[in-house]
Design a protein around this ligand. Structure first.
Ligand code: NAD
Length: 267
């Protein structure tokens, strides 16, 4: 137990999931954080019970109860739940880190509205390495001529719901920024059948799903006679959880607004 200094109370939304479990465990081991709320899916049999062997709050399926004692909430749930979570955090005045991927336009809008009242950070990937990779991708796209075709591959475990991954899009956006083009106009996903020759200047995506792969991303710059590949592999979800906690500590020190992992890494 830290001497004197108050611990930062954190709520984990999606506490029983793969990421949620890892977050609760790391919070339990940390010297400066405390688990102040644990939200599980509505109707879950876990609601009303302590989570695992952890000391701390019982799990709840009511977002207001999960947020009541928290200063920062960390959301790793399926995309559909994030809209309500953003509204509830805004009403409760609790900062929000959204790690959930596959967000739709309505969720993005709710996050932007919430950011007027609370600090919010939305990160498809909370590992340090991926943000360094994004910076390298941006630079490579800037340096290489436009006839180097950009293709992005992501590999994830069999239970992942969204494809391509949020991180693949983050890397595609970095490539588009480096090239000075708009990402959404260039992105091509889900090629199949007689897709025809590749359109010049496009950014192509492909997704593999299987087994227990935590997350791997490769960005190919395919020219004529040479090819540059930049890759990152996460081998343990703990890197995402540790990055999320670093972001939570950062958010607790900020005023209302929308922040990025780049802001966290810069401190
Ligand atoms: P998961 O399916 O293991 O966990 C999600 C949990 O949320 C489940 O326990 C589910 O029951 C629960 N849930 C469903 N609806 C809920 C609700 N309304 N309220 C509270 N809980 C609810 O998934 P996961 O592998 O932990 O991933 C969760 C999300 O995080 C996905 O979108 C994934 O892509 C994303 N992710 C992001 C990063 C990152 O670095 N940002 C890393 C890994 C995963």
């Amino acid at each position: 137990v830290s001497s004197g200094a108050a611990r930062l109370p954190v709520a984990v939304l999606g506490a029983a999931g793969r990421m949620g479990e890892r977050l609760c465990a790391l919070i339990g081991e940390s010297a400066d954080l405390t688990l102040a709320g644990a939200l599980v899916r509505p109707g879950s049999a876990l609601a009303g019970r302590p989570l695992g062997a952890q000391e701390g709050p019982v799990a709840t399926d009511r977002i207001e109860a999960a947020l009541a004692a928290a200063r920062v909430a960390i959301d790793f749930t399926p995309a559909g739940a994030t809209l309500a979570h953003a509204r509830a955090c805004s009403e409760a005045g609790v900062a929000l880190l959204v790690g959930t991927t596959g967000l739709g336009a309505a969720e993005q809008a709710a996050i932007e509205v919430a950011a007027r009242c609370i600090p919010v950070l939305c990160a498809a990937n909370t590992s340090l390495g991926v943000h360094v990779l994004a910076e390298l991708v941006r630079r490579a796209a800037e340096l290489l001529p436009a006839d180097f075709d950009i293709e992005i591959l992501d590999i994830h475990h069999r239970a992942k719901r969204d494809a391509p991954s949020g991180t693949a899009y983050l890397l595609g956006e970095a490539a588009a920024a480096g090239r000075g083009v708009t990402h959404d106009g260039a992105a091509v996903t889900g090629r199949t059948g007689l897709a025809g020759p590749r359109e010049a200047g496009s950014i192509g995506y492909a997704a593999l799903r299987g087994g227990d792969v935590v997350g791997e991303h490769s960005v190919y710059f395919a020219g004529t006679g040479e090819r540059l590949t930049l890759s990152h592999a996460a081998t343990d979800r703990t890197v995402f959880a540790a990055g999320a906690l670093r972001a939570a500590r950062f958010l607790a020190r900020q005023g209302p607004g929308l922040y990025t992992m780049a802001d966290v890494i810069r401190g």
